[in-house]
Design a protein around this ligand. Structure first.
Ligand code: GAL
Length: 336
């Protein structure tokens, strides 16, 4: 009896230590591949080109979507901020089962060429793509920020596909409730409802807008949050019944201090907290700009802050910074 008890205790202890070591190992691998200026390589040994992106988890596979930044960087004339640009390369897709090995799944959303009047032409701005799956329509739905070189068009574009990796069919763009939409994210809640979260009102205020049941259109139901706080690059996640929203300040491609807010209901009220980044270089978010928080599958409470280390003078050379989020006494903390 005593022996059996001891045996189970040992098995339990071993399982726990394996779990813990693979848990920290997977985070270490992520940090190794992605920290401060390092390139993430795909399975062919080529740099992963997926910036300002987001991850969809579907049937055991992570799909990483991002902006394809390729070609010479140029500065748009007569703008009062760092309006550095490359031609819009469309949206890439990479897949992985372990968040370490990435397979290039090709171009998920292909831009058009020589069609400057069209939203997804290479001459336009296609940024911050995110994808969610709609169980009812069985479609993968991508939303993104569509703009022109001066960033005054400020609309949300939507595209759909039957497969997670694409190809995505572009449907069109919209100003939700006639409001501007720039840096954006998508969030699918536990009840299947989905929301767009975006910098609006000339980047002064964020908005959260409920999407239609098919996720293809904004509804009239929206709220204004972080009013006049001038935040962008929203990264939202939910843990233990609370919503968390990490944002950056507005300084173009140059890094700044992050901040986060917490809410019991997605539409608010949102309670503002300080910078979740801690330690050296926390005031520049470790030289990065967060843009997405990834929930690690089957590991409750495991979330990864995904940031971009922008190289504004050569945007193609931008890198990634992925770091685990720690929950400490009701606060969140991120260390490099
Ligand atoms: C940043 C924004 C990027 C991009 C850039 C253009 O603030 O987060 O997605 O739009 O400005 O300068």
């Amino acid at each position: 009896m005593k022996y059996t008890y001891m045996k189970y205790l040992l098995i339990f202890a071993l399982t726990l230590s394996c779990y813990q070591s693979s848990y920290s190992k997977s985070f270490k691998c992520l940090a190794d591949t992605a920290t401060a200026g390092k390139t993430i390589l795909d399975e062919d040994g080529k740099p992963v080109n997926a910036h300002g992106g987001g991850v969809l988890y579907y049937k055991g596979v992570y799909y990483f979507f991002g902006e394809i930044k390729k070609g010479n960087t140029w500065l748009v004339p007569d703008q009062h901020w760092e309006d550095y640009r490359v031609p819009a390369g469309g949206i890439s897709c990479y897949s992985s089962t372990d968040l370490v090995h990435w397979k290039n799944r090709g171009v998920a959303l292909k831009p058009t060429t020589n069609n400057p009047g069209y939203d997804i032409d290479t001459s336009r701005v296609i940024e911050r793509p995110k994808v969610i799956y709609n169980k009812e329509t069985k479609k993968f739905v991508m939303w993104m920020h569509i703009d022109k070189n001066d960033y005054k068009y400020s609309r949300g574009g939507v595209a759909v596909s039957d497969k997670p990796w694409g190809p995505y069919q572009y449907i069109g763009s919209v100003k939700p409730n006639n409001q501007m939409l720039r840096d954006m994210n998508l969030f699918k809640d536990d009840d299947g409802k989905a929301y767009l979260i975006y910098s609006s009102e000339d980047n002064n205020t964020m908005q959260i807008c409920l999407l239609s049941n098919d996720y293809l259109k904004p509804t009239k139901h929206y709220s204004r949050i972080l009013i006049n706080k001038k935040r962008e690059s929203p990264a939202i996640f939910k843990y233990s019944g609370k919503y968390y929203l990490i944002t950056s300040g507005c300084s173009g491609w140059s890094p700044n201090a992050a901040a986060y807010a917490v809410a019991d209901h997605i539409m608010g009220p949102w309670e503002e907290h300080g910078n979740p980044c801690k330690g050296p270089n926390a005031d520049s978010s470790f030289y990065s700009q967060g843009g997405f928080v990834l929930q690690v599958a089957n590991k409750p409470g495991s979330f990864i802050f995904m940031g971009d280390i922008w190289n504004k003078l050569d945007l193609e050379q931008s890198r990634y910074l992925w770091l685990p989020i720690r929950f400490v006494k009701g606060e969140i903390e991120i260390y490099n």
